[in-house]
Design a binder for this molecule. Structure first.
Ligand SMILES: [Zn+2]
Length: 420
C-alpha cells in the first residue's frame, strides 16, 4: 500500500467557514473534556493509601476503569443523547479527536513528549475525516465532505492515476483553510536498491550542508530579512492592550509572517533535497537527534535551519526519485581523516580546514566530514555494493524514473526486478 499526502488550498463559502469553525469548537470541547477526565482519574490515584492529599481530593470510585480510548468513545456515543451539539458533527471526526488524545498519552513515554495540553481556540486547528466512503467524492475542483457539502479548492496539482482519496484533513492556517488529502494506491513498491554514485551529506551551522563531492551549501540568508520583520512586529505587541482589537490584528499579522517563513523554508528544503539527489544513487546523512541539538547553546540557529525537517524531506525526495537513503553513525565524523582513517583530534569551531598529519590530505572540514559519512554508509552496505558503486557512477539508477509521477501509471510492479 502506497500513500501520499497532497495539500490544497480550500475555497470555502461563508456558510462552510461557519461549519468548519463549529466543528473545530466541538472537537475542542471533546478534547478538553476527555483530557480533564484522564487527568482527574490519574490525580485521584496519586495520594497515598494511608493519607489524603491536603490540596485537593479527586473523587473517582476506586473501581472506575482508566478512561482509555474505548471507554471514552463509548461515553461519547452515550453523551450524544444528552448534548445534541455533539450530534451536529460527524461521529468519526470526534472519535479521531479521542484517538489523537490516546496517541498523545502514548507518545509521552514512547517519544518523550510533554503532557497533553488543554486547547484554546487558537490551538485546535484541524480535524480529519478518516474515511470518505465509496461514493464519488471528487468532482472537477470540488470535494464532498460530510456536513460541509461540496467544497471548492484550488487544484494546484492533479491527483495521480490509480490513487484514491482515503482521508481528508481540514486545517486552519493563518492564510486560510487548507485540505490535506491522504491518497492511497494498491501497489507494493520494493525498497530502493543501493547502487550508483554514493554521496555523504554533513549538516552544520556554519555552512548549511556539505557534500562529499566537495560542494558547500550556504545557510539561507533570505530568512534573515523575514526574521527581522518578525522581531519588529513582536516588539510592537508590547504596546498593545491585552484583548484589544489592535492586538488581535497584530497577532494575525505575526501569524501570517510565521507561516510565510515556514513555507519559504520548506520550499528551499525541497529544492535543496532535489539538488542533492541529482546524479546520486545513494545518499547518506548522520544519524543525529536534532532535538537534543536544539537544546544546546546554538539552539536558536538549529531551529532556524530546521535540520530535522530537512532530513525528513530529503528522505522522502530520495524515496520518490529512487535514490537509496540511509543514516550512519554520527560519532567523530569531524575528527577522522576520510583518506586514511586516522584520528586527527578535535577541531576548534574556528578551524575551517581538515589537514591530515599522516597522509597530507587537505580539504574543507565539512567536506571531510561528509566524506567520512559517505565511507561509513558504503562500508555498512558491504563489499559487493561498494565495488558496483565505485566501478560505475550510474549503474542501477534506472529505477529512479520508475518511481516518478509520470511513470507510475504504467505499472510499477512490472518494471521492478528483484535484485539478484
Ligand atoms: Zn589522512
Amino acid at each position: 500500500m502506497l500513500s501520499l499526502t497532497y495539500e490544497y488550498k480550500a475555497m470555502p463559502t461563508n456558510e462552510q467557514i461557519q461549519q468548519i469553525e463549529h466543528t473545530l469548537t466541538v472537537c475542542r470541547k471533546v478534547w478538553n473534556f476527555a483530557l480533564r477526565e484522564r487527568k482527574d482519574w490519574l490525580n485521584s490515584r496519586k495520594c497515598q493509601t494511608n493519607a489524603c492529599s491536603i490540596v485537593s481530593e479527586y473523587i473517582t470510585p476506586a473501581d472506575a476503569p482508566y478512561p482509555n480510548y474505548y471507554e471514552q468513545a463509548n461515553a461519547l456515543t452515550r453523551a450524544k443523547a444528552e448534548f445534541p451539539e455533539l450530534a451536529t458533527v460527524h461521529s468519526q471526526v470526534l472519535q479521531q479527536v479521542l484517538r489523537k488524545l490516546e496517541t498523545a498519552f502514548v507518545d509521552m513515554t514512547r517519544k518523550k513528549m510533554g503532557f497533553p495540553r488543554f486547547k484554546n481556540k487558537y490551538r485546535m486547528r484541524s480535524f480529519v475525516y478518516p474515511q470518505l466512503g465509496k461514493s464519488q467524492v471528487l468532482k472537477n475542483n470540488q470535494i464532498k465532505l460530510p456536513q460541509i457539502g461540496w467544497m471548492e479548492y484550488v487544484k494546484s496539482r492533479e491527483i495521480p492515476d490509480g490513487f484514491k482519496v482515503k482521508q481528508v484533513r481540514v486545517v486552519r492556517k493563518a492564510s486560510g483553510y487548507f485540505l490535506m488529502f491522504t491518497l492511497e494506491c494498491d501497489v507494493n513498491v520494493p525498497d530502493t536498491v543501493a547502487s550508483g554514485h554514493p554521496r555523504g551529506i554533513d549538516l552544520g551551522l556554519d555552512k548549511f550542508a556539505a557534500t562529499s563531492d566537495n560542494e558547500l551549501v550556504e545557510r539561507p540568508r533570505f530568512l534573515n530579512t523575514l526574521h527581522r520583520k518578525l522581531k519588529l512586529l513582536q516588539r510592537r505587541l508590547r504596546n498593545k492592550n491585552k484583548g484589544s482589537n489592535n492586538r488581535h490584528k497584530l497577532n494575525r499579522k505575526i501569524a501570517r509572517l510565521h507561516q510565510r517563513i515556514s513555507d519559504t523554508r520548506k520550499d528551499w528544503h525541497f529544492k535543496l533535497a532535489h539538488k542533492l539527489c541529482n546524479d546520486a544513487g545513494m545518499v547518506f546523512v548522520e544519524d543525529i537527534d536534532f532535538r537534543t541539538w536544539a537544546k544546546g547553546m546554538l539552539g536558536k540557529h538549529t531551529l532556524d535551519a530546521g535540520f530535522g525537517q530537512f532530513v525528513e524531506i530529503l528522505k522522502w525526495v530520495c524515496w520518490k526519485r529512487g535514490v537509496y537513503f540511509n543514516k550512519v553513525d554520527k560519532d567523530y565524523t569531524s575528527q577522522v581523516c576520510p583518506q586514511c582513517d586516522t584520528h586527527t583530534g578535535k577541531k576548534d569551531l574556528s578551524d575551517r580546514l581538515h589537514a591530515c598529519r599522516e597522509c597530507g590530505y587537505t580539504v574543507h572540514r565539512d567536506v571531510a566530514a561528509a566524506q567520512v559519512i559517505r565511507n561509513r554508509g558504503v562500508n555498512a552496505l558491504g563489499r559487493s555494493v561498494l565495488e558496483n558503486a565505485c566501478g560505475d557512477g550510474l549503474t542501477g539508477t534506472g529505477n529512479r524514473l520508475v518511481k516518478s509521477q509520470r511513470n507510475r501509471k504504467n505499472g510499477v510492479q512490472a518494471r521492478f526486478k528483484p535484485a539478484s
